[in-house]
Write a protein that binds this ligand. Structure first.
Ligand SMILES: [Zn+2]
Ligand SMILES: [Zn+2]
Length: 89
């Protein structure tokens, strides 16, 4: 069974809170700078940054995930984690 559309609509990228698009058996973040790809196992999206593919948008190398920052070991591009804003900061 595919992931229900209404569930997809409320799901957001675990890293940047961006919109996700379902591609076969994975969920791709629409944010070009982020572009994380989360696996879907048994129709359950695995929204863990450790489990995600982290292709660099510039050179496609897998980025390292460290201290809230994605950093490309090849070209040095970085992308910083966006914390969900809440009341009281
Ligand atoms: Zn994202
Ligand atoms: Zn790169």
């Amino acid at each position: 069974m595919p992931i229900p559309k209404d569930l997809l609509d409320i799901m957001a990228c675990a890293f940047c809170k961006g919109e996700l698009v379902l591609e076969a058996d994975k969920l791709r973040c629409k944010n070009a700078e982020c572009a994380l790809v989360f696996p879907v196992k048994d129709d359950i999206p695995i929204m863990l940054i450790d489990e995600a593919q982290r292709p660099c948008p510039k050179c496609q190398a897998q980025r390292d995930w460290n201290d809230d920052v994605l950093k490309c070991p090849k070209c040095g591009a970085t992308h910083t984690y966006v914390r969900k804003e809440g009341p009281g900061g």
